[in-house]
Design a protein around this ligand. Structure first.
Ligand SMILES: CCCCCCCCCCCC(=O)SCCNC(=O)CCNC(=O)[C@H](O)C(C)(C)COP(=O)(O)OP(=O)(O)OC[C@H]1O[C@@H](n2cnc3c(N)ncnc32)[C@H](O)[C@@H]1OP(=O)(O)O
Length: 218
């Protein structure tokens, strides 16, 4: 598992954000539209053809595999394929994780609005999606020292169904012991907790610290 350094100027970085963020947002809109549309069959067939043409145009030049986790010389993270925060991943809600300091009571939090694409029980968030979001926020909270930490264990307590719509996740790290970090988080809707998570996050042996985390994830 290797992180990739990409030698980008700040201008080129911002240029890429400006090019790809709207593309991903448009695709996210498309996902929602496909789930909720009630147009006639002919319109669906026509839309299918148009989408295939767009896919073929984008496939004209591709990287061979996944995007990877890249970072620039200035320490800007570019986890743009990430399933939760990826700037180029329409499956990602996307979540923007706001990181404070390891000494703050809440070391990382995220506000997000989940729509039809994240449904499990009727009108409510899929349990796996709840777990997915927790995993990312807890992982980032555990990695805030700059040493990337991966999920060793993750336990979720689903207290009540989480309705689709706006929600907040707050994470903290009560214990750090060498490469191991215990992290906990709560999911809140209108200030009420719908789910809680606890995980042990471990920095693999020999891992070197990346740029210390601060601000928001990308
Ligand atoms: C821009 C950049 C962003 C980087 C920001 C990163 C944010 C990521 C957010 C997403 C989070 C993910 O989804 S991460 C992806 C999901 N997770 C994974 O794929 C992890 C797969 N597992 C592994 O890679 C490995 O098993 C590790 C890294 C977890 C541990 O391997 P290791 O480093 O060789 O561990 P090892 O030396 O044997 O053990 C060290 C200590 O941890 C304990 N330990 C080891 N594994 C476990 C375990 N699963 N559960 C409990 N405890 C464990 C051992 O007992 C030992 O305790 P003691 O004897 O010292 O007491």
């Amino acid at each position: 598992m290797e992180f990739t350094y990409e030698d980008l100027t700040a201008d080129e970085y911002h240029h890429r954000v400006a090019v790809y963020q709207p593309l991903t947002a448009a695709l996210r809109e498309l996902l929602d539209a496909v789930i909720r549309t009630e147009v006639d069959d002919a319109t669906v067939h026509s839309a299918t053809e148009t989408i295939s043409e767009v896919t073929a145009a984008l496939r004209a030049q591709q990287i061979p595999g996944a995007y990877g986790v890249r970072h620039t010389a200035e320490g800007r993270g570019m986890a743009w394929g990430n399933a939760v925060i990826g700037l180029r991943n329409a499956i990602a809600p996307p979540l923007t994780v706001v990181r404070g300091s390891v000494t703050d009571p809440v070391v990382a939090h995220a506000d997000v609005e989940l729509g039809a694409a994240y449904e499990g029980p009727p009108g409510h968030v899929h349990g796996g999606v709840v777990s997915l979001l927790f995993d990312q926020v807890l992982g980032e909270a555990a990695s805030m020292t700059g040493l990337p930490s991966y999920t060793g264990t993750l336990t979720i307590r689903y207290l009540r169904p989480t309705p689709l719509g706006p929600l907040r996740i707050e994470a903290f790290t009560p214990e750090r012991d060498g490469r191991k970090t215990l992290a906990r988080a709560a999911m809140l809707v209108d200030g009420a907790v719908t789910a809680e998570a606890e995980g042990l996050f471990i920095s693999p042996r020999g891992m070197t610290p990346l740029h210390p985390f601060a601000g928001e994830s990308r």
